[in-house]
Design a binder for this molecule. Structure first.
Ligand code: NDP
Length: 497
């Protein structure tokens, strides 16, 4: 007798023959009653779920967050106390490309982390950049549309990208990072991660502090030039998966030094920039990064689809001691990420094993798609409403965070008025050596191919406000690469025009 497991239908009945369809005679006529064939085809038809609208192509692994520093005076979060070790999952991604996109494309990288803490899942859904292109969530769908395909040509449109960016000067900081060396990391291990948003900590005394999270690669920064990336894509479109999965299989476990920057509520009232503006960093000199521990990735998923594709990260997942801030981009993401998962994975997406908290879960939500709870999530069949007198799960006031002090008159405030969009990109530009500047100019010029002169000139005017050398460098590169002249206002339109 064989010790191989018996193949079964999804209902558990043994499959007698997985080679031959049931037909009326050897020459054909498939029988509708061949449920085993029908089940197989029907399952195949349903193997795809909607891909993420953004961050569709991703690579991930499990690991551990170890806390070595002491920030207990700022936060009561159990996973951030000295000595804490928390199991976690990371998913890295590109933003614009679809599921089949090549890994080595110039793009921002997602850096999404899920920490399975004793108080529930804490998700930090960041990027490999400390800032973002926009600061007002009302512009997010517009921005993403410029990164995706033109509705008529079904091609990506450089014109749309630069039209939007040149009309949105708050994008300059992130555009400069994207077009710099760090815009094309060789793999997920050789790049930093940033929480990007301002979050908050709160402690046992009920005091709140603002915080930014940094994950500094211990592998060092490594990047490809556009030419190196293009050459590699000609050989493999899966370079990140090969590097991350392969490295972990070989026992090479990547690590990141974890740091926080802390700002008091009083300090936040006195910064020259809005500390809740996602297009800004907090200068290190004013808010020095504090080392708090190390994150290591050390285990691959066994089933990519189940564990990485279905991993659902959301900034709404916070735990006592960690909270949100008035950053309006963050506040919009608190809604939209969980909403995306309900659409993509189903109402009970947190019941999928990779998303399940590693602590007891008790709530009164009922029914809906994929409800696989044994019994009620309350642990008591009579506890299906609240308040109740049957000892059903009850709130815990110790998880109540201190008040978030916000005051102001409700209005649609102009998010561009009074904002300095040039100083921080200038600080970054001044960090670059001549080689880095040269590559920045060439990368921008390459990305502007076919963009009408009017838009190019509008963008060059912004670069000039950052630094005259920035504008001059890009202009010279445009001339070199495309024969661009300032007076050729109507350069060749792209296919997207
Ligand atoms: P600092 O000189 O103290 O910090 C500069 C930081 O810039 C470095 O710590 C490093 O961040 C990052 N950096 C260095 N070289 C490059 C590069 N070639 N490409 C991208 N980033 C680089 O100055 P500030 O804190 O005042 O920041 C100056 C500028 O540096 C900012 O305007 C911003 O553009 C950029 N930056 C600042 C960060 C911050 O949190 N303050 C974080 C990242 C970038 P890291 O240590 O994270 O690698």
């Amino acid at each position: 007798m064989s010790d191989r497991p018996t193949m079964t239908t999804t209902a558990g009945a043994p499959i007698p023959d997985n080679q031959n369809t049931m037909t009326a005679g050897p020459r054909g006529g498939v029988m509708l009653q061949d449920y085993q064939l029908i089940e197989k085809l029907a399952h195949q038809n349903r193997e795809r779920i909607p891909e993420r609208v953004v961050h569709a192509k991703g690579w991930g692994a499990y690991g551990t967050l170890k806390i070595t520093g002491d920030i207990s005076k700022y936060t009561k979060a159990k996973c951030l106390q000295p000595g804490a070790e928390t199991p976690m999952l990371a998913r890295f991604s590109t933003v614009a490309g679809e599921m089949g996109a090549a890994d080595h494309e110039r793009d921002v990288r997602g850096f999404a982390l899920k920490f399975y803490t004793p108080d529930g899942n804490w998700d930090l859904v960041g990027n490999n950049t400390p800032v973002f292109f926009i600061r007002d969530p009302l512009k997010f769908p517009d921005f993403i549309h410029t990164q995706k395909r033109h509705p008529r040509t079904n091609l990506r449109s450089a014109t749309a990208m630069w039209d939007f960016w040149s009309l949105s000067p708050e994008s300059l900081h992130q555009v400069t990072i994207l077009m710099s060396d760090r815009g094309l990391p060789v793999d997920p291990m050789h790049m930093n991660g940033y929480g990007s948003h301002t979050y908050s900590f709160w402690n046992d005394a009920g005091e709140r502090y603002w915080v930014k999270f940094h994950f500094k690669t211990e592998q060092g920064h490594k990047h490809f030039t556009n030419e190196e990336g293009e050459a590699l894509i000609g050989k493999t479109r899966e370079g990140y998966q090969e590097a991350l999965f392969g490295g972990i299989e070989r026992g090479e476990f990547p690590r990141w030094k974890v740091q926080v920057q802390i700002m008091t509520e009083e300090q936040a009232d006195n910064t020259s920039y809005n500390p809740f503006d996602l297009t800004k960093v907090w200068p290190h000199a004013e808010f020095p990064p504090i080392d708090i521990g190390v994150m290591e990735l050390n285990r691959n998923a066994d089933n990519y689809f189940a564990e990485i594709e279905q991993a659902a990260f959301s900034p709404s997942n916070i735990v006592p001691g960690i909270s949100h801030s008035p950053d309006k981009m963050l506040q919009a993401r608190v809604f939209s990420y969980a909403d995306a998962h309900r659409y993509r994975l189903g109402t009970h997406y947190e019941n999928i094993p990779v998303n399940q908290p590693r602590c007891p879960v008790h709530h009164y939500h009922r029914d809906g798609q994929m409800n696989t709870y044994g019994g009620l999530r309350t642990g008591n069949p009579n506890a299906y409403y609240e308040p109740n007198s049957v000892n059903g799960p009850f709130e815990d006031a110790s998880a109540k965070e201190p008040p978030l002090k916000i005051s102001g008159d409700m209005a649609r405030y102009n998010h561009r008025e009074g904002n300095d969009d040039y100083s921080q990109p200038r600080a970054l530009f001044n960090l670059f050596d001549e080689g880095q500047k040269g590559r920045l100019f060439s990368n921008i010029a390459a990305a502007m191919g076919g963009v009408p002169g009017e838009i190019v000139e509008r963008q060059l005017a912004h670069f000039k406000l950052v630094h005259p050398d920035y504008e001059a460098g890009v202009r010279a590169a445009l001339e070199r690469l495309h024969g661009y002249k300032a007076d050729t206002i109507s350069a060749q339109p792209t296919a997207a025009e």
